[in-house]
Design a protein around this ligand. Sequence first.
Ligand code: TMP
Length: 234
Amino acid sequence: MEGNVVREGKTKILYKEKPGELIMEFKDSITAMNGRLKETIPGKGEVCSKITEIIFSHLEKNGVNTHFISRVSEKKLRVKELEMYPIEVVCRNIAFGSLLKRLPLRSGEELKRPVIEFYYKSDELGDPMLNEDHLAILGVSESEIKEIRGTTLKTNELLKELFRNAGLKLVDFKLEFGKYKSNILIGDEFSPDNFRAWLENRPVDKDLFRMGEGRDTVIKAYLEVLKRLEKVVN
Ligand code: TMP
């Protein structure tokens, strides 16, 4: 066993293994609308853990630091224990999702430049969007914001290319960051639960679940993403 449960969220469990390290277990659950929509999809945890491993390994190989250390088993990854920032960082290449509520853009339109947004992780407050003054109140300094923005943009460039090579369009994604021995690393996961990707302009990500598609359609799409990414990194 991996010892004590440190935290259990909607789709993952974190166990403490030894000082400075955690085991991150991916569950087979999928949720949307702040947990109001919930389902179990057998195999989903394994697929999301594999996609996360591929993406984080690719980022590490290209000079972007993440918390990923190694694979433990089908659904479990060993990661560095970070002191997490209480924020979500969204990066967008295409106008879709909640951006359409903020800017007068056509759905699916390519953005002139990537758009980065910060959100406060709070179910209670409904994950509100933050500006840099809000971030300062939360204790994130200007230099930390600058570094997080830079890492997010570099991640975007690397992954846009990787996805393009895999025949996929990277629409947008969410990252989480934390500190490890005074370095800022990417934490959490990178899976179709937290990015949008289109295959011939059709979603192969959690939007399928949000749209009411059944579990077979969802897992098929996630597996398609995994198969395509495996092909381009190997
Ligand atoms: P949005 O268009 O709904 O704001 O989502 C933008 C991207 O961020 C999309 O790829 C989904 C991801 N995301 C999360 O992973 N968690 C969240 O809580 C939210 C709001 C978005």
